[in-house]
Design a protein around this ligand. Sequence first.
Ligand code: NAP
Length: 250
Amino acid sequence: MKVEALAGKTALVTGASRGIGRAIAVKLAENGAFVYINYAANHKAAAETLKMIEKTPGKGALLSFDVADLSAVQKAFKEIISTRERLDILVNNAGLSIDGLTVRVREEDFDRLCRTNLKGTFNCCQAATRPMMKQRGGRIINVTSVVALAGNAGQAAYAATKAGIVGLTKSLARELGARNICVNAVAPGFIETDMTSAISAEQKEKVREQIPLSRLGTTEDVAAVVAFLTTEEAAYITGQVVGVNGGLYM
Ligand code: NAP
């Protein structure tokens, strides 16, 4: 990738206070972008992401809002457009997981997963569409999961929200292709973050044994692929689901 390939570009990464989102935000800033760091509540962690960005050629700003709250999303996008006059890159990464066998899933947990993972992604896609159509260009990258494609016992509700993101991504790619807007999804496998920290060392070893590349993924593994999808070199890729899973699912 060219040095500072994203100079002059404005990006929004949702859920960028921690984990995969933080790595994506830092990577886009390393490539020269101005990056809005969205988060739900963890101001301290988000401020840490901003500090990391300040060491790169790019710049950044904090922008806290709940992706599930449509009016908060619309307000945030209004602020971005009035300040920066454009939005070139949207990465819908904010998400949560609540695991459990289907028979035990509580209605409020199912609703929470749908609101944050699926409705949150839809809300931001919808809010980005008009400014990107006006600009006649843009990139949207939605973070789904390997379990959307492969399924996973104990994650039916989470997997359903992530599979919804795949349908959303492909449909939006068809709607926006003529406006030079590429919409893709990235499907991480097992990545070491807060989300997966509760899993025991023994369980992690079991997962590792199923991965052809014989290791769990890093947040940087995912960020590198997302960053590639924002570049000129990726201009002919749309409607795709790119797996970043060490071969766990093919
Ligand atoms: P994480 O470490 O738990 O971080 C989640 C991020 O999402 C945080 O920045 C959090 O903000 C933010 N967030 C949560 N709810 C939000 C809301 N309603 N509005 C705005 N921001 C919200 O998660 P991660 O492991 O990095 O996962 C990131 C994405 O990758 C998720 O979509 C996840 O489903 C997906 N994924 C992860 C893995 C994995 O193995 N880790 C695998 C496949 C897919 P606060 O800090 O303010 O709470």
